[in-house]
Write a new protein. Sequence first.
Length: 377
Amino acid sequence: MKRAFVVAAAAGLAFAACGGSDDPAAEPADQPTATEPAAEPAAEPAATEPAAPAVQEEAAAPSGLSVDTINVAYFEQWPTPNLVGFNDGSFDAAVGAEINWVPFGGGGEMSEAMAAGDIDISYSQGLTPFANTVNNGADIKLVGIAVAYAEADNCVAQGALGVTRDNAAEVLDGATVMTPSGNVTNFKMLSMMDFLGVDIDSLNILPTDGGATTLAAFAAGDIDVGCSFGGSLVAMLEDNAGELIMTGAEQVSDIGINTYDIVSIPTSFGEEHPEAVIAFLKATEQFNNAWAADPDGSNAAIAEASGMEDVGNFLAGPTWFSFPNLADQLTADWLGGTVAANMTEQIQTFVDLGQIDSTIGDFSGSIDGSFLEAAIG
């Protein structure tokens, strides 16, 4: 039976989420603890002494924090500037507390870890799994935007198929597609297929628990299309002759889907330690600015900390990642309106697809811009 599918076409509409393999219909409770962890949490990066950017010298440790250690969820294979201070402790110094970085494989798992009290801040959590768990009653708050990445999360077709926008409806009819479920990667795939006229019900959609599984299946020729992000996306394109069906820029302009990740916290942590959240946001911006001023001086350390030395200079080009500053994050394009609208429309789409039963409708209550305001002030 053909399922109804609603495509959000408003310009600039952004649905997000770096990894997050949880089912949108699943009640939060049975996931591993710690920021989007994979079934088997990834190993900590080797402790080395990479050269730190100028922010090391600029950032004086804030005083007066009411907590000595902050447990931060993050993704491996997801290179962000604050990881420059991962190995050498310079990010800890900028925040003014010890940062315990905990690797995760999905955004829903991050939410569960926050609910369990195991994670204080989730950095670069996907918007989609955040919205899913809020819709299921999780007491967590979105406090910032981590990174926008239209080009760093996508679906890759086997080059031998010769897929183009014009022939996708025919060539991909009945294709085998591997994708995470319940996150933005899944949402982008469904939106793109619908836009291109591919019969979604004809697809053999295989859920996956991570990019490594997708890459292995793609390299073996077991799937026609692999949908992923970060290092596995790069490897499918560069090492396995894959081809993008649509670029991220085309998805933004033609379908209205941009992708971005967020910074989120348990509501209770923000109430008890607001100064720690503020310090984390300020330090992250300092490292973002240091990277923007001297990418070549930072990229090697970021690649090492994120476990991406084998996929080249992921942050070298301007199309992969962008980092909105603290002031921009409070505008209507982000926390001032668009983010809540994105969550509302995205969860409604999952309802229309029959993947979840209902939506709370208004997600504005899950957004708290007061920490950004304090960081700026």
